[in-house]
Design a protein around this ligand. Structure first.
Ligand SMILES: [Zn+2]
Ligand SMILES: [Zn+2]
Length: 476
């Protein structure tokens, strides 16, 4: 009797295409377009294999693996996680979460069949637990280190931390600043804080000075939980005032829930005060949906191309829109390079035709992914985005999950962005280097004959979006 495979992917078209392919190869198929529905089907139908996408709203692939592995009666169910990203840390996290294999999209069709064969009929010599990842990765090396109702009025954006990876104080960073990721947005009566890097500390001090005895209500949106995006949280003074209310919103991590990750950096011996001892009213919300509200501000989230679970946000305010992608690597050149590796492998297995198919699939996929990002940021008034490397540096950092300046400018031009802020500066870049990159970005824009405003984000920089009803004019 044909075995059953459950395909879970939020891209319904892809899901159907995969099911059709597998049916043609003798499988019975089930389909689900999100992890929650998928898990219900697993419990009810007990498929032999689950082929599950990694990045999905509501229940991501890591979470689904953990849910399945908590059910002793499902111990024989095989799980293949799939994703368009090829980061070693994701391969390892998939294994740790309980997956049996990890495949990188787009698949060479023979590879999915080979993976199924290997999982269902493992060679007898395979030692238990030595999972059969299709990718030739060694155990992962360290990843690059790395974040009251009111009438509509102007929107204020203020940068408190613009650096990636690690705080970098010193004489070389006095202009742009050395604090890690933190941006304050005041919009439609809301205080929204984007990421909690070390820049959160001075922001907290400023809020205390401003609010004095008045209670404070703020929302902290986290892009992801790499340390440079959460390390300021224990030093956020307003969190120690019982009058204050803080809503912390983000997606669950690859290994743990958001609450656990935030509180574990405050555990002894790393920090003297635990999160439980913070007396303010802190609510940690793990996001399930990619669209939600912070008061009147509509927030959209999109998955970024970065190791682990990382998102970017788009805030639609009454005075304009702001997109924030602190850590992200555009796909085009990344896929060009990885497809070359895949192509070599495909050539070995399937000859020249296989090589060509692999390259064209990889490039199509890359284009599709970049196009999604372009649509997401289309027409924003302000784009704050990872531009960590210049063109030369990027050559040796392809696949690290960070952006190259030239690609970021291209994406912004294609998306019709109005103001571009270069962000997540490399800790090795001093003021001079950042100024040079800013100039290069402006030269690129001029070469395209475009009016895009480009500026390297710096601590203390403020942007004001005037209210829509006021006289139209360029924001300050
Ligand atoms: Zn970062
Ligand atoms: Zn990161």
């Amino acid at each position: 009797m044909a075995k059953t495979i459950l395909v879970i992917d939020d891209d319904a078209e892809y899901c159907a295409m995969m099911a059709q392919f597998l049916e043609a190869h003798g499988w019975q198929t089930l389909q689900a377009t999100d992890g929650t529905l998928g898990f219900r089907l697993v419990l009810k139908q007990r498929p032999a294999v689950i082929l599950c996408d990694l990045l999905m709203p509501r229940c991501n692939g890591f979470h689904l693996c953990r849910l399945v592995r908590q059910q002793p009666e499902l111990r024989d169910t095989k799980i293949i996680l799939s994703s368009g990203r090829d980061y070693p840390v994701d391969h390892q996290n998939a294994l740790d979460a309980g997956a049996d294999d990890y495949l990188v999209k787009p698949f060479v069709q023979s590879r999915i069949l080979a993976a199924l064969e290997r999982l269902l009929n493992p060679p007898p010599a395979a030692p238990p637990g030595s999972a059969s990842f299709s990718s030739p990765y060694e155990p992962p090396v360290a990843t690059p280190p790395e974040d009251s109702p009111a009438a509509p009025g102007p929107v204020l954006i203020r940068f408190w931390g613009v650096r990636g990876s690690l705080p970098t104080p010193g004489p070389g960073t006095v202009i742009y600043g050395g604090n890690t990721t933190c941006v304050e947005v005041r919009a439609d009566g809301e205080i929204i804080i984007l990421d909690a890097g070390s820049g959160l500390r001075p922001l907290g001090k400023q809020l205390v000075a401003e609010f004095k005895d008045r209670p404070l209500r703020a929302t902290l949106l986290l892009s992801h939980t790499h340390w440079d995006h959460i390390q300021g949280f224990p030093f956020f003074i307003p969190a120690y005032n019982p009058k204050n209310h803080l809503r912390v919103v983000g997606f669950e991590g690859a290994k743990e829930g958001l609450q656990t990750i935030l509180s574990s950096q405050m555990e002894s011996p790393y920090f003297p005060v635990s999160m439980r001892q913070m007396p303010s009213n802190i609510v940690v919300e793990e996001l399930r949906e990619l669209k939600f509200q912070v008061g009147p501000v509509e927030v959209l989230a999109a998955f970024a191309n970065h190791p682990g679970i990382c998102v970017g946000y788009r805030l639609n305010t009454s005075a304009g829109s702001i997109a924030f992608f602190p850590d992200n690597e555009p796909h085009m050149r990344l896929r060009g390079k990885t497809s070359a590796d895949g192509a070599a492998q495909a050539q070995e297995q399937e000859g020249e035709t296989g090589r060509r198919v692999r390259i064209s699939q990889a490039l199509d996929f890359a284009q599709q992914q970049d196009q999604r990002l372009i649509e997401f940021i289309r027409g924003v008034d302000v784009l704050i985005i990872d531009s960590q490397y210049d063109d030369t540096e990027y050559e040796s950092h392809v696949g690290w999950g960070h952006g190259c300046l030239d690609d970021v400018v291209s994406l912004s031009l294609m998306a019709g962005v109005k103001r571009l802020y270069l962000f997540h500066h490399d800790p090795d870049h001093d003021d001079q280097q950042i100024a040079k990159m800013e100039q290069w970005a402006r030269d690129l824009v001029a070469m395209h004959g475009d009016a895009l405003h480009v500026e390297a984000a710096r601590e203390g920089l403020e942007i004001v979006l005037p209210p829509k009803t006021a006289d139209a004019g360029a924001p300050e």
